[in-house]
Design a protein. Structure first.
Length: 284
């Protein structure tokens, strides 16, 4: 299992890193678009569609994202879209988690399918715009999610096993604890402060997500990264809830040793559009 995970990770990095650091953003946008289409296929399978209709759903993702690319949306200010997507994630995420695993089947299938495709397409658009803004900006968002996850894992194990372990949502994801959440939030605060200092010290030509917010006030930046860390947990819990409702461990087997595409990007689905929302809102 570990060997599979390592091999898959190496292959993914060999594809993603050259695309990410290529001078123009087009290769990265294209690679992520293929991943989003794979996520669309997984979404169809998770919602009971057959192989053919799931492939159609993947094609819909490709068509919608491709059309937005062709229409020039990647270069446009889409504050209204980020506000709408961010609000929807906060409200729908809270409702889904509150309803728990039994609540998911009560959502009409058509709503689930359309909502999932919308989430995937908006996430792709946000990732593409973040890459166009600059590699430093995009990486700062990605690292926020990864650091929150890593710190949550180690804090949950260290603090939870040594003292107490208060379950976050035992019916949805038994392995998650509140200790892990606090540890993840502490981690993103440390990374944010360090990144703002590094941007200033090396006079980065492209500001990070943290520096954009810090320019409006340090406390605003700290609140924003804590909010983002919390929403990354929401994204993770929502996908876990859906898989538990369907009765599967992974969204697919596309990434041997890692599960599916949705398993790898679940925390990024809410945080990417939220990052664009927070940085595009006009200052007072």
């Amino acid at each position: 299992m570990l060997k599979q995970r390592v091999i898959t990770a190496i292959v993914l990095l060999a594809i993603l890193l050259p695309a990410l650091f290529y001078p123009s953003p087009e290769p990265f946008c294209a690679v992520v678009l293929l991943l989003i289409a794979a996520g669309g296929w997984e979404w169809g399978k998770l919602n009971g569609l057959g192989q053919g209709m799931s492939l159609v759903l993947a094609g819909v993702c490709l068509a919608l994202c491709g059309a937005s690319w062709w229409a020039g949306l990647l270069q446009q200010q889409l504050t209204w879209l980020w506000i709408l997507a961010g609000s929807a994630w906060v409200l729908a995420g809270a409702w889904l988690i509150r309803s728990g695993v039994p609540g998911w089947p009560r959502v009409p299938k058509a709503v689930r399918l359309v909502g999932g495709i919308a989430v995937l397409c908006v996430a792709w658009l946000a990732a593409a715009q973040a890459r166009i803004a600059g590699i430093n900006f995009l990486l700062s968002i990605l690292l926020l999610v990864w650091v929150a996850d890593i710190f949550a894992y180690f804090a949950g194990r260290a603090l939870g096993l040594r003292w107490t372990r208060v379950k976050l949502a035992p019916a949805i994801s038994p392995g998650k604890s509140w200790e892990g959440v606090w540890g993840g939030m502490a981690g993103v605060v440390l990374v944010a402060l360090a990144w703002v200092w590094a941007d200033a010290h090396w006079q980065s030509a492209v500001p990070s997500f943290y520096s954009v917010l810090a320019s409006r006030g340090l406390w605003l930046m700290l609140l924003a990264v804590l909010f983002m860390a919390a929403m990354s947990v929401v994204g993770d819990l929502v996908e876990s809830l859906i898989k538990r409702s369907v009765g599967v461990k992974d969204s697919s087997g596309l990434l041997p040793g890692h599960g599916g595409v949705l398993d790898r990007v679940d925390a990024l689905l809410p945080t990417l559009p939220l990052a664009l929302m927070l940085t595009s809102l006009p200052t007072a």
